[in-house]
Design a protein around this ligand. Sequence first.
Ligand code: AKG
Ligand code: FE2
Length: 231
Amino acid sequence: MDDSLFPRPRAEIAPGAVHVPDWLTPAAQARTLAACREWARPPAGLRTVRMPSGGEMSVRTVCLGWHWFPYGYARTVVDGDGAPVKPFPPWLGELARAAVADAYGTEAHGTEAGGTGAGGTGSAAPPPYDIALVNFYGPDAKMGMHQDRDEESDAPVVSLSLGDTCVFRFGTASGRGRPWTDVELRSGDLFVFGGPARRAFHGVPRTLPGTAPPELGLSGRLNLTLRVSGL
Ligand SMILES: O=C(O)CCC(=O)C(=O)O
Ligand SMILES: [Fe+2]
């Protein structure tokens, strides 16, 4: 049976962690994918991240705005070709702000329109989103449980998924073990985690190869996480 006939409801997975299915329209997914393909080109393109332990991440990544490496941010690809990181485009910042507003709802959290919602910095103007990590998952790629904690800012992390469905595992801030909740993220889904969920451990134990919408033309999965550096 085709379960795409049944709309999936939005869900608060934990306080401050919200899943909004089908947030990006098919046209917006196609535009975002086209942009990712440009960003993936060298210099400062898609790369394999080597961990301090010597292992390699199975996910390949390209960064915009600030270059993430284990464990910090730089303006050049310090652990790769050394090129300056590509700029973070203003349209991605707008997308991130719209995502946060939609995920939290301005009334529910009592923030001003355009604020950063849970995890925002109060009445001061929120700092702009200035980092994107674009992760590419081939059929066997996964990401272990980790915290996003190399940013100085507590602003919510905005995650957008394209292509194959994945299992996204969302735990707590206390450790990488249980309890956790497994959520299926499909192409076009939004997931925002801020406030009490901002430092929760999370990971991607697997993707479901071959589940991407055929019209998108992507084999594999792309995830964009948009962040505020506070740097
Ligand atoms: O691919 C995902 O959905 C999660 C990515 C992630 O957690 C990260 O880039 O830090
Ligand atoms: Fe993460």
